[in-house]
Design a protein around this ligand. Structure first.
Ligand code: GDP
Length: 365
């Protein structure tokens, strides 16, 4: 499954948020492919379409799709210089698909801030600088090698060197590598660098309880939102402390607690949804008697690879997929009617799976 790494300076509320995630977390039994690691929290992606499909199919169980959050504590000023454990943490960020950057927007005299005052913009810049410096080192090392390789005359290396120089210039100017436009070929050449500042970022503004329902009076949140807008990034406002209380409740108790707080939904659910969007993820369904289940794919995934998310055998032996759009199946009210209406299509190996497709794979074993 895809992973988002939680980063942020010390004392901003990362562990509190991560605890809420693990408490709300899914049973690993449903997700045997998920990592078993104390620093990884598995969450289910809420999707009301599952319930609607279940009303048609009457399955034994419903299984939402899962998503993982990784707790990457320990990123501090100086990390890129290899101070303390910093470098190791940068290595962990390299492996995740997206970054969730927690910033402190709550005032509390009892809880010390590492830099003495609450200032989320300074915090963002501190972390960004470490990521930029780490990327600069990666890029420079690669550039040296690429320049040597250029002597071979292979024009691929020339292209690579030019792209690397553009990225190095941006990083030296204090900008993230994601600000540099790369064409498909350049992206393919540089993918294995796993640059930290090319990964998509989502900011979590951690506010106090008093701002949980309405954060419009919180100037720190305003500042983070303004900053995010200049970067084309998204912000989720949560109160990590409350989220960990919400995560302990279920059903009606949970609904009652949320409505007492004046919240339409848990901040965690908003966070999961935004992280899902950020990664450009799509959901397809399988719907049979044993289970109605959601599966995650990236935008543009073709049918055999989508089948491979369920099992690699499905991808290897893929023959065809029977596909009906979620809306069509719900409108028809049953598979049989959808079939009679000609809404169930047979698609081959080049079919690009759409969000909401209900799929049935045919494959050779
Ligand atoms: P980390 O170092 O980033 O993992 O931060 P922690 O999660 O350990 O939080 C640092 C301190 O801030 C702890 O004492 C938390 O109880 C407190 N804290 C975290 N989130 C909130 C919050 O939403 N509101 C308030 N008032 N305190 C919080």
């Amino acid at each position: 499954p895809l992973q988002a790494g939680i980063v942020g300076l010390p004392n901003v509320g990362k562990s509190t948020l991560f605890n809420a995630i693990t408490k709300a977390g899914a049973e690993a039994a449903n997700y045997p492919f998920c990592t078993i690691d104390p620093n990884v929290g598995v969450v289910e992606v809420p999707d009301p379409r599952l319930q609607k499909l279940a009303e048609i199919v009457h399955p034994k169980r419903i299984v939402p799709t899962a998503f993982e959050f990784v707790d990457i504590a320990g990123l501090v000023k100086g990390a890129s210089k290899g101070e303390g454990l910093g470098n190791r943490f940068l290595g962990h960020i390299r492996e995740v698909d997206a970054i969730v950057h927690v910033v402190r927007c709550f005032e509390n005299g009892d809880i010390t801030h590492v830099s003495g005052s609450v200032d989320p913009i300074r915090d963002i810049e501190t972390i960004d600088l470490e990521l930029i410096l780490a990327d600069l080192e990666t890029v420079q090392k690669r550039l040296e090698r690429t320049k040597k390789n250029m002597k071979s005359g292979d024009k691929r290396f020339r292209l690579e060197a030019e792209a690397l120089e553009r990225i190095a210039a941006a990083l030296e100017a204090g900008q993230a590598a994601r600000s540099v436009e790369l064409n498909d070929e350049e992206q393919a050449l540089l993918r294995d660098l796993h640059l930290l500042t090319r990964k998509p970022v989502l900011y979590v503004a951690n506010v106090g309880e008093e701002d949980a329902a309405d954060s419009s009076a919180n100037v720190h949140v305003k500042a983070v939102e303004a900053r995010a807008e200049t970067e084309g990034a998204q912000v989720v406002v949560v109160c990590a402390q409350l989220e960990s209380e919400i995560a302990e409740l279920e059903g009606e108790d949970r609904d009652a607690f949320l409505s007492d707080l004046g919240l339409a939904e848990a901040g965690l659910d908003r966070l999961i949804r935004k992280a899902y969007q950020l990664l450009g993820l799509r959901t397809y369904f399988t719907a049979g008697e044993p289970e109605v289940r959601a599966w995650t794919i990236r935008t543009g995934t073709k049918a055999p690879q989508a089948a491979g998310v369920i099992h690699s055998d499905f991808e290897r032996g893929f023959i065809r997929a029977e596909v009906v759009a979620y809306e069509d199946l719900i409108a028809a009210g049953s598979y049989q009617v959808a079939r009679e209406q000609g809404k169930v299509r047979l698609e081959g190996k080049d079919y690009i799976v759409e969000d909401g497709d209900v799929m049935h794979f045919r494959f050779n074993v």
